[in-house]
Write a protein that binds this ligand. Sequence first.
Ligand SMILES: Nc1nc2c(c(=O)[nH]1)N[C@@H](CNc1ccc(C(=O)N[C@@H](CCC(=O)O)C(=O)O)cc1)CN2
Ligand SMILES: CC(C)(CO)C(=O)C(=O)O
Ligand SMILES: [Mg+2]
Length: 256
Amino acid sequence: MTITVSQINRWKQEGRAIAALTAWDYLSAQLVDAAGVDIALVGDSLAMPVLGYETTVPLTLDEIIHHAKAVRRGLSNAFMVVDLPFLSYQVSPEQALVTAGKVMKETGTQGVKLEGGHPAMAATVARLTQIGIPVMGHVGLTPQSVHQFGGFRKQGKTAKEAERILQEAQALERAGAFAIVLEHIPQDVAKAITQTLGIPTIGIGAGPHCDGQVLVTSDLWGLSEWQPPFAQPLADLRSQAINAVQQFCNQVRQTP
Ligand SMILES: Nc1nc2c(c(=O)[nH]1)N[C@@H](CNc1ccc(C(=O)N[C@@H](CCC(=O)O)C(=O)O)cc1)CN2
Ligand SMILES: CC(C)(CO)C(=O)C(=O)O
Ligand SMILES: [Mg+2]
């Protein structure tokens, strides 16, 4: 049962919600895949909870490829998508093509994701999809623009901004994107975009009316040292992990 882009598109038409989670290595990939997630995203968010950077901006192409190769080895069912890091695709459509091609060849991913939906980025997405690379879009709070936004702030709060985000999503659909992530925007804006588009929307901090949801898996597990307000942990692995280490230290230090 391998998941394909056409399957993902059919799920929208059938009203079957799409579950996506991030993975950053062999272990996390195996766990989300075994649990039956539909899409495993090697998100550039790995820069933050996993590598300890303050934003996703410093992550390099070589770093994400190294992680994505490990994720590939851990997946058997989920559709794999890899984020293109900051400045590995924004210079020109040619740069994006070379980067996406390198990621596909070296990691074995089925698709890539990039941020933004302004006309230049839509043209880049068109270029990639024309040569057969499945592209997932990402609009709203696009974390690679954090310094322009002045923080990881909710986007699309004014009618004008909301309209711009809708236009960007439509441009990405026309460019051939197979799905679009909507991050940290008001739920009514996400709902309107979801109803307008023929391709699935995958929300994060965008309310319940999207065609699917994505979370950073370390947030879901309660493993991140910090998480966005919209991420609800469903486990508390951080305290369990610390507890196990404390028990180990105590055992080792017990004088026989
Ligand atoms: N681990 C973790 N890291 C991440 C993401 C995640 O999903 N989880 N996703 C990306 C970053 N996205 C966000 C989105 C919202 C917030 C957030 O916390 N926002 C607050 C504070 C905003 C501000 O600084 O003003 C708010 O109330 O809106 C932080 C990172 C990349 N890194
Ligand atoms: C899940 C999402 C959309 C959060 O920003 C992402 O792009 C990532 O993890 O890198
Ligand atoms: Mg990302």
